[in-house]
Design a protein around this ligand. Structure first.
Ligand code: COA
Ligand code: AMP
Length: 637
């Protein structure tokens, strides 16, 4: 095995030479000659003159390597009681046919296609079909409410929207089509076609002129070959929560993405062609893009698309069942899933029913792994458990134990060392380098390696403002943390208003907009407070308008219903407290971080600019009375 340190140093000293070498593992149509250059916005860009096709790399190329009859995708769905396997040949045929459907609807290279679908094989097929014809997909997580979908429709301005008639959450059937119809009414942009995959569990009414039946279109579609696209052509847009209510459209290119993911499967996850890689996430999130759909297929692995939950589908043994049934070698999921399993089955008694000996390593990310869950996993599985750190923007891991490189031991509580290509540093607010063990902003020195976002869709200034202006010369991750004396990185949480609920990234600003729209609410702040099961949950601090008489319980019910309807149930907005005032700086900025720390019973520094420090005691009292926050070891009650 190659030594981690020497790889890291090589990537640091001569990024262009290092990534030119890594790019050789990708089957380009035209090998790039320019490795690192500047794009029209003055940004670093990778492999500018390279040409390739992402769907070709994931499918046709694998078939050319003799993997045509190997299983490419396993759709395992405990909620419908079915499992379907697709070989690379079969998946390529499905994708080529669906590419023909899109083409028949007038979708051409560069057009956007929104995919609002549950965890079914057709979601992956649709993504790969877009890639095949050079269309840009934007997958929207199925838990988002119509208003959120509408925001994304207006920003991405898609020609076509693809959806299924329903999703299934545990045993609840959730009709999707009415949500899409509602979103289309709310949005200003006009979509030309809405293609609906009818599922037996609930058929959608096809009443609009733009509605098209997925299977009917397939009957007459031609199969299409992959087209050549430029390395820098966008593969997808994935919206992610920022500090304001408006999500940011993270853009991913084709070339950097292919090189980075191929590199990560080998060097970080250490899987080989023919092995089984499973990421239990959702295609609506970046983990689903990188490690359910694209990465494992680029590496010639079998990937699993799981339509179920860690518990109650049907029990807390379902993950172990999938690992045993399909011989999973490497598994990746969010810690929250294991907290749910541990809660229902603390002795891991279900594990004894399954042979999980195929499993070599377990990766967790998406949020902090609490030590109790980490220790429990190490103990019950007896394999390396790797906490690694990254974000939608980077598209692949920034820090990890690289299992494919020779590396010293992981350290509990740390996300280990930066992956080669990422020069991670810790800066103070003023941009000073922090000494070891001193907390600060976690930043990455430019250039970012291949695969990371080159811009925000349609708003390059927002990209500059959100990521590059805070610390010039560095990419601002939005996370706080420190490195220890050995250079190991510890992520302490977001320094902005992004929260992470059950592994789902949400913006408090998004929820504040909804809460503030209630007629009785004068002002509000939503903060994320620690929660034993979901990592964080939002809590609303609400000021009622003068003279308005409302009962707390009914106001809470109304606000909860509003956030469910406008953002989505997965936001888990359930707690509110009434307050007289909110702590603000003299310039009027709400001190959300201070409120969050009060709720979590953590020490906080009083900002010099606070308007009136007495309010903090009032807030603490209100939170205590409302029983909100992390109460001792046991977690929130
Ligand atoms: N579509 C529609 N609704 C959804 C949804 C989706 N895709 N995902 C979640 N919801 C709804 C749930 O049905 C639930 O609704 P309810 O309040 O009416 O019961 C609500 O949102 C809250 O969901 P959640 O926070 O997920 O809680 P839960 O109790 O339903 O499930 C877990 C708990 C732990 C099983 C679940 O959160 C989970 O699987 N987490 C892992 C997340 C993950 O993999 N993240 C990927 C990041 S790598
Ligand atoms: P997302 O863009 O949804 O992947 O969320 C990214 C954010 O999740 C990061 O900026 C972190 O705040 C958090 N995160 C991801 N992985 C970890 C981890 N291993 N430990 C702590 N926080 C994490």
């Amino acid at each position: 095995m190659t030594d981690y340190k020497s790889e890291f140093n090589r990537a640091l000293q001569d990024p262009a030479a290092y990534w030119a070498e890594q790019a050789q593992s990708v089957a380009w149509y035209k090998t790039p000659e320019t490795i690192l250059s500047k794009d029209e916005n003055g940004n670093d860009t990778w492999f500018n003159d390279g040409e390739l096709n992402t769907s070709y790399l994931a499918l046709d190329f694998q078939i050319e390597q003799g993997r045509g009859e190997q299983t490419a995708l396993i759709y395992d769905s405990p909620v419908t009681g079915s499992t379907t396997k697709f070989t690379f040949n079969e998946l390529r045929d499905e994708v080529a046919k669906f590419a023909g459907v899109l083409d028949g609807l007038g979708v051409v290279k560069g057009d956007r296609v929104i995919i609002y679908m549950p965890m079914i094989a057709e979601a992956a097929i649709a993504m790969l079909a877009c890639a095949r014809i050079g269309a840009i997909h934007s997958v929207v997580f199925g838990g988002f409410a119509p208003r959120e979908l509408a925001t994304r429709i207006d920003d991405a301005t898609p020609k076509v929207i693809l959806c299924a008639s329903c999703g299934i959450e545990f045993s609840n059937i959730i009709p999707y089509k009415p949500l899409v119809d509602e979103a289309l009414k709310l949005s200003e942009h006009t979509v030309k076609h809405c293609v609906v995959l009818q599922r037996d569990q609930s058929l959608a009414e096809m009443t609009n002129d733009i509605d098209r039946d997925w299977r009917e279109l397939l009957e007459t579609a031609e199969s299409l070959d992959p087209v050549r696209v430029l390395s820098s052509d966008p593969l997808y847009i994935l919206y992610t929560s920022g500090t304001t209510g408006k999500p940011k459209g993270v853009v991913r290119d084709n070339g950097g993405h292919a090189v980075a993911l191929t590199y990560s499967l080998r060097n970080i996850y250490n899987v080989e062609a023919g092995e089984v890689f499973w990421a239990a996430s959702d295609v609506g999130w970046v983990v689903g893009h990188s490690y359910i759909v694209y990465g494992p297929l680029f590496a010639g692995c079998t990937t699993i698309l799981f339509e179920g939950k860690p518990v109650r589908t049907p029990d807390a043994g379902t993950f172990w069942r999938v690992i045993a049934d399909h011989g999973v070698n490497v598994f990746f999921t969010a810690p929250t899933a294991f907290r749910a399993i541990k809660k229902e089955d603390p002795a891991a008694s279900f594990l004894k029913n399954y042979d999980v000996s195929s499993l070599r390593s377990l990766f967790v990310a998406g949020e902090r792994t609490d030590p109790a869950t980490y220790d429990w996993l190490c103990e019950i599985l007896g394999i390396p458990v790797i906490d690694h750190w990254w974000q939608t923007e980077t598209g692949w891991p920034v820090a990890s134990v690289p299992m494919g490189l020779e590396f010293s031991e992981p350290k509990a509580g740390s996300v280990a060392l930066p992956v080669p290509g990422f020069d991670v540093q810790i800066l103070s607010e003023d941009g000073e380098q922090q000494v070891p063990n001193q907390e600060g902003d976690v930043v990455i020195k430019l250039p970012l390696p291949p695969g990371c976002l080159p811009t925000v869709w349609g708003d390059h200034q927002r990209y500059l403002d959100a990521y590059l202006s805070e610390h010039p010369g560095f990419y601002h991750t939005g996370d706080g943390g420190y490195v220890d004396d050995d250079g190991y990185l510890y992520i302490m949480g977001r320094t902005d208003d992004v929260i992470n609920v059950a592994g789902h990234r949400l913006s408090t600003g998004q929820m504040e907009e909804v809460v503030a729209a209630h007629p009785a609410v004068a002002e509000c702040a939503v903060v994320g407070v620690e929660d034993r099961d979901k990592g964080q949950v939002p809590a609303g601090l609400v000021i009622i308008k003068d003279g308005v008489n409302v009962e707390l319980a009914s106001l809470r019910d109304e606000l909860v219903a509003m956030v469910r309807a406008e953002v989505g149930a997965f936001a888990n907005f359930k707690q509110i407290v009434l307050v007289q005032r909110l702590p603000k700086t003299r310039s009027g900025k709400i001190l959300r971080q201070v409120i969050r720390k009060i709720a979590d019973c953590k020490p906080y520094e009083l900002p010099a600019t606070i308007d009136d420090p007495v309010i903090l005691d009032e807030i603490a009292g209100a939170l205590e009375e409302g029983n909100i926050g992390f109460i001792g070891e046991g977690g929130a009650s």
